[in-house]
Design a protein around this ligand. Structure first.
Ligand code: ADP
Ligand code: MG
Length: 199
């Protein structure tokens, strides 16, 4: 079973990993974006970690809801509302249970990913965070490690795609040949599950 502590570790591990990789995320956002993805998420997840430390919520659902709210209010770019929606919707799906099983967590994250698709209008293959998140959720039933591999492969597989959503889509054909920054950060979010589990 996964408790509120697990979800706090997931968010703080994501914040640490975004800190480590911020420069790389911003570099990926340079050729096909506006070079702010790393700094956007760094600001957002630092705010998440600070809010969780200041006033630790007692349930898994409340942890994700608080994290999502922080991302929406602190991240200026498109990715803030999208990641915020992912976590808030997943948090809502978990309700106020003190602990959740892996199956409930998978269902909740799937609901979150569907909410991101509804909000942003992206489908798999559009070269967005969805290309890492959908395969990750599909593999989550096997293990967190399998989900991490699926997300990383999904992120790498965005390179030959043409962007159909977000800023990168303005480039049309010229978006081809670059890995999507949001799919890359989504792989970090999923990889942090493995860290949270191991602690
Ligand atoms: P901005 O594009 O506003 O500068 P960021 O640089 O923080 O925002 O985030 C860019 C990432 O957001 C993209 O790499 C992509 O993965 C994701 N993204 C952008 N628009 C959408 C969308 N409509 N649906 C899903 N993901 C999107
Ligand atoms: Mg950007």
């Amino acid at each position: 079973m996964l408790d509120a502590d697990f979800f706090r570790r997931w968010m703080t591990a994501t914040a640490a990993s975004v800190d480590r990789e911020a420069e790389r995320l911003t570099e990926l956002d340079s050729p096909i974006g506006d070079a702010d993805h790393g700094s956007n998420l760094q600001r957002g997840f630092r705010a998440v970690a600070a809010a969780l430390e200041k006033d630790p919520p007692g349930t898994p659902g409340a942890v994700l809801t608080l994290a999502g709210r922080q991302l929406i209010s602190t991240v200026g770019g498109a990715s803030g509302p999208l990641y915020g929606t992912l976590l808030r919707r997943a948090g809502k799906a978990l309700g106020d249970a003190p602990e959740v099983g892996e199956k409930e967590f998978t269902d909740a994250l799937r609901a979150g990913v569907e909410a991101v698709m509804a909000l942003g209008g992206a489908a798999p293959g559009d070269k967005t965070m969805i290309d890492a998140l959908v395969p990750a959720v599909d593999a989550l039933g096997d293990s967190f490690a399998a989900a991490r591999t699926a997300a990383e492969e999904g992120a790498v597989a965005t390179t030959p795609l043409r962007a159909r959503k977000g800023r990168a889509s303005y480039l049309g054909e010229r978006s081809i040949g670059h890995q999507d920054p949001g799919a890359t950060s989504s792989a970090l979010l999923i990889a942090a599950l493995v860290e949270a589990e191991g602690e």
